[in-house]
Ligand binder design. Structure first.
Ligand code: M6R
Length: 584
């Protein structure tokens, strides 16, 4: 995964790079590092840990050309040596890389045989050594860069800087995002517009499979076969998120609490929703692709489209799309659901489906993301920037947006955004009850979450939230499946969250709850209906139809948050994870 940023020209590199890194930490936060060039010298500061750990040292660096990196480890442990940037043997080139160089072992062996000495276990370091050699062989840095890229297999977005390049930066991308920002007298490059939006809103999205030499006021770009590219920047608009969590203890909590507004905004009618509904009604087959929480939104969409529009939507786990490709041809539509719009598995599925003739409708949150740009049509879910690694408000915004598309398709009235705002606000009043429950359950090793019909994907989503936020083993189950095995796990005091609203699933799910209670389960009911089945009742407001899954998500998120808090887990950046998963 990882995030990269670079700048050169009329700018203070230390300031641009530290600010940029903070904005890129959602892509990984195992380690951070910076290289700043000052005339003929280059200073590298890097360390395992967060950006905070290097910031005081970086602030002291002088220079206007530099690159920086925030890491999510793929090759090599989380150590200072494996943190980027990686320097060439002569120390005149440094590289930051996002992606995976698949043939790095062969390349490393060849380089070592030629006398290069490696300091890290990463795949990325080969690029620095290869550039060192190539810059000796080619006078034109663009040709050197092309020669290196032609040797690389895998995915990459990388930036290089160093005394060997003067005030130039080298940039290359294949299957990982990289965008250039152009300003008067300065140029920026990053994995994400968001990292440099404070300095410029003129962005040039590097084409997939291309390279560029960036100098203040000049960008030369070419495809990997050497064909020159015309550099055409576009204006980007980007909402800046609060740098801190405001009055809240965590971004995740703030994002949970923002949902009345988010859901109301996502439910506002817009032309893209109508266009998507039209495209889907003309399709021979419809797929909904996503990963993690976005896949759970796809599962909810299956029930919602079936229910309101009588349409069969096939949910597809992005990483398992291979099986479905044979049906993703001309006439079919792929709804590609993603908060970040950068998830590698989703992008891979979309590219494969598109090449076979499927029409892609992206349902994304991050504007200007790869998915938004690559889709034939894009519907933004309007959740606003989501900083916490756990997807919360983006999930309810996805549910709202997908429901609107389904209702439009069926020609049925859309939900009232004001009513939805009120329902979500009411559900948020369960916060003190969720806090109490979090404290009560903090010693539990396992938690089961159970639902039927459209509430089953909510059980899966609740379990994912509990695992990633609280590090408690949690399992989401279809209520009817319990008796086929998992019931054996239920014993005295086993906590079970029963998603049991008063719709047509109510009595069957309640019976399954009774079966668990008879075996000692501690039942936490999420329902708008009173019942003595529940040992603890998280009473949600009475919602109907497509509103229900949105409202149910709230107590599940609050419970996961408070369980994490009670257990002292790191909330906004859970261990081993990253917000945007840009590797396969
Ligand atoms: O950005 P995306 O929606 O494509 O991300 C997909 C998953 O990586 C993401 O939902 C992940 O599962 C979240 N951490 C869940 O909270």
């Amino acid at each position: 995964m990882c995030g990269i940023i670079g700048c050169t020209g009329r700018c203070e590199a230390a300031e641009v790079l530290t600010k940029g890194l903070r904005r890129l930490e959602y892509r990984g936060y195992d380690s951070a590092g910076v290289a700043v060039v000052d005339g003929d010298s280059m200073a590298i500061v890097k360390r395992a840990g967060r950006v905070d750990s290097i910031e005081p040292y970086v602030r002291a660096l002088r220079g206007s050309t530099g690159i920086a990196h925030t890491r999510w480890a793929t090759h090599g442990k989380v150590t200072d040596e494996n943190a980027h940037p990686h320097a060439s043997c002569d120390g005149r080139i440094a590289v930051v890389h996002n992606g995976i160089i698949e043939n790095y072992r062969e390349l490393r062996e060849e380089l070592e045989a030629r006398g290069h000495r490696f300091r890290s276990d990463t795949d990325s370091e080969v690029i620095a050594h290869m550039l060192e050699d190539a810059l000796r062989s080619f006078e034109d840095p663009l040709q050197a860069l092309l020669a290196v890229c032609r040797e690389l297999r895998g995915s990459y977005a990388f930036l290089a800087a160093g005394p060997a390049l003067g005030d130039a930066l080298l940039a290359a991308r294949k299957d990982s995002p990289l965008v250039v920002g152009l300003a008067k007298g300065a140029v920026y490059a990053s994995s994400d517009v968001y990292a440099f939006i404070e300095w410029t809103d003129d962005a040039y999205f590097l084409e997939n499979g291309s390279v560029a030499v960036l100098r203040p006021g000049e960008v030369r770009a070419a495809l990997l076969d050497g064909t020159p590219l015309e550099v055409r920047p576009v204006k980007v608009a980007f909402e800046m998120s609060e740098p801190d969590a405001g009055a809240y203890a965590h971004h995740t909590f703030r994002e949970i609490m923002e949902q009345p507004e988010v859901v109301a905004r996502a439910l506002a009618p817009r032309p893209e929703v109508d266009e998507a509904a039209r495209a889907i009604s003309e399709a021979s087959q419809v797929f909904a692709v996503g990963a993690g929480t976005s896949y759970h939104a796809a599962l909810v969409a299956r029930y919602v489209f079936a229910d309101v529009a009588g349409l069969d939507v096939q949910p597809v786990l992005a990483s398992e799309h291979g099986l479905f490709l044979r049906w993703m041809g001309p006439g079919s539509v792929v709804l590609a659901i993603s908060q970040s719009g950068e998830t590698a598995d989703v992008l891979e599925a979309v590219r494969a489906a598109k090449s076979r003739g499927a029409r892609i409708i992206s349902v994304v949150n991050v504007p200007h993301s790869s998915l938004e740009r690559e889709g034939d049509l894009s519907v933004n879910v309007r959740a606003g920037p989501e900083v916490g690694v756990a997807a919360t408000k983006s999930f309810t915004a996805q549910l709202a947006t997908l429901s609107m598309i389904a209702l439009r398709m069926a020609g049925r009235p859309l939900p009232d955004p004001e009513r939805a705002r009120r329902l979500v606000s009411e559900a948020l009043r369960l916060e003190p009850a969720a806090r109490e429950l979090g404290n009560r359950l903090k010693g539990s090793d396992d938690l089961y979450l159970v639902g039927r019909g459209v509430h089953y994907p909510l059980a899966l989503e609740g379990a994912l939230k509990v695992k990633e936020l609280a590090y408690v083993h949690a399992e989401g189950l279809a209520a009817g499946e319990l008796k086929h095995g998992t019931l054996a796990m239920i014993e005295d005091g086993t906590p079970v969250v029963l998603i049991n609203p008063g719709d047509d699933t109510h009595s069957d799910t309640a019976s399954n709850g009774e079966e668990m209670k008879a075996r000692g389960a501690f039942i936490i009911g999420i329902s708008d209906v009173e019942s003595d089945l529940y040992d603890v009742h998280l009473r949600i407001p009475e919602a109907r139809g497509v509103e229900l899954p949105i409202v149910e998500a709230i107590p599940l998120q609050l419970l996961a948050y408070h369980l994490a808090l009670a257990r002292g887990a790191e909330i906004d950046r859970p261990r081993n994870l990253a917000k945007s998963v840009t590797v396969k």
